[in-house]
Write a protein that binds this ligand. Sequence first.
Ligand code: NAP
Length: 247
Amino acid sequence: MSSLKGKVAVITGGNSGIGKATAQLFVQEGAQVIITGRRPDVVDNAVREIGAGASGFSGDVADIDFHDRLAKEIRNRFGALDVYMANAGIINLTGSDNVKPQEYDQHFAVNSRGVFFGVQAMAPLIRDGGNIIVTSSLAATKVLPQHTLYAGSKAALAAFARNWAIEFKERRIRVNILSPGPVETEILGKLGITEADRPALDAHMANTIPAGRYGRPDELARAALLLASNDFVNGVELHVDGGMSLV
Ligand code: NAP
């Protein structure tokens, strides 16, 4: 398996869940992968778990300087990169009436602004023919309870990605969106849902998702690999949601 042999990939939020599973698969496919996340210990553990081919760089995507520091690191260590996956994201489920300005700003700072300035910093380093993957969410296109703020912060990504695909076309840099439905990752513990309410959520998901279950991170990783490695796939939003967008 060598569809990414010799390639360099950066995955934000690569220390956990979908990002980590994608980093694992990309390394298996021959890439050198730099994973990021705010928690240095979790980044280090993920690097150890993934093994040779992975390295880490800690920091907050909401911090604009972080992207410049990461770009400098990539330039110094690798000279350039081939795949940039802007995947880090946060969610706190809540009704719009409860959203405080700080929570609003945090969602947009991570989920939208963090992606925009990440791409701004990385694009000059992406080799011609490389690609960008942006992790959005089913929530960006489907109304889900308590998702309004999160949905808004992810919805910007589709517009960014469409425009980038054209902005970067002279360099044949493709830009695609990975849009997961509910996937069993640590994020499910960060929704603001109590432990007591979790079984009800799980039962609701099993009943609602046509696949009858949550997605697995490795299933999203395989979709990310398709986007990263198929040179004729450009400007798509790939829904990997067990069919949930249909119901
Ligand atoms: P996860 O396991 O919680 O991973 C989220 C990752 O983002 C972690 O590595 C986290 O690392 C990183 N992160 C969060 N805030 C950050 C910040 N400010 N700066 C840098 N890194 C940050 O969740 P996941 O499910 O894999 O989520 C990955 C992406 O998929 C997210 O964009 C999420 O919105 C999207 N998504 C997930 C689902 C789902 O059901 N799982 C559904 C739709 C979309 P640190 O905490 O160490 O910073």
